[in-house]
Ligand binder design. Structure first.
Ligand code: APR
Length: 167
């Protein structure tokens, strides 16, 4: 599907309607992509996040994009990988589908995802790529061409995994 693409880059520089943040349950920032997004968005993002009261694993919450080129940020909390017997796959799938729900609710035309949970949270990158691509490909708004999705890889290995799966 030509409206689902993958690229290698820094998600804080993507000019699209929504970028997704791989956050933690406090929503108060961290390292990795969470740190990069807060660093680029500026202090207003944290101020708004403070008012959200955290976020459950597998769920997602929306904020403005502040100093980012993106209009909005969807903060989602991916599962920590504990071997695969703790509902990790379902929770990661929920991150993608909840982020897509929120993007559709605001009428977004484009959404960019990092490789949620595959860094600090140690989720296997190949399985995560399977889940990301399958969830996005099965989304009606994507199938109908109403929403474009960009899978943003921070390293070549992740980009290769996406490109092997995109048709
Ligand atoms: N742009 C795009 N992708 C990025 C960027 C960036 N600027 N920085 C890191 N990444 C990639 C990582 O290389 C990895 O592939 O995002 C993916 C997710 O890695 P993490 O950021 O470590 O996120 P995650 O594994 O979901 O762990 C979340 O880490 O930073 C903390 O507060 C965060 O506690 C939470 C945990």
């Amino acid at each position: 599907m030509q409206n689902v693409t993958a690229l290698r880059g820094d998600i804080t520089q993507i000019r699209c309607d929504v970028i997704v943040n791989a956050a933690n349950t406090t929503l108060l920032g961290g390292g990795g992509v969470d740190g990069a997004i807060h660093g680029a968005a500026g202090p207003g993002l944290l101020e708004e996040c403070r008012r959200l009261g955290g976020c459950n694993t597998g769920d997602a919450k929306l904020t403005a994009g502040y100093d980012l080129p993106a209009k909005y940020v969807v903060h989602t909390v991916g599962p920590v990988w504990h071997g695969g017997e703790h509902n990790e796959e379902t929770l990661l799938r929920q991150c993608y589908s909840r982020a897509l729900d929120l993007a559709e609710e605001i009428g977004a035309r484009s959404i960019a995802f990092p490789a949620i949970s595959t860094g600090v949270y140690m989720f296997p990158a190949d399985l995560a790529a399977d889940i990301a691509v399958a969830t996005i490909y099965n989304r009606k708004a994507i199938i109908d061409g109403e929403l474009d999705a960009i899978l943003v890889a921070f390293d070549q290995k992740t980009l290769d995994l996406y490109q092997e799966r995109l048709t």
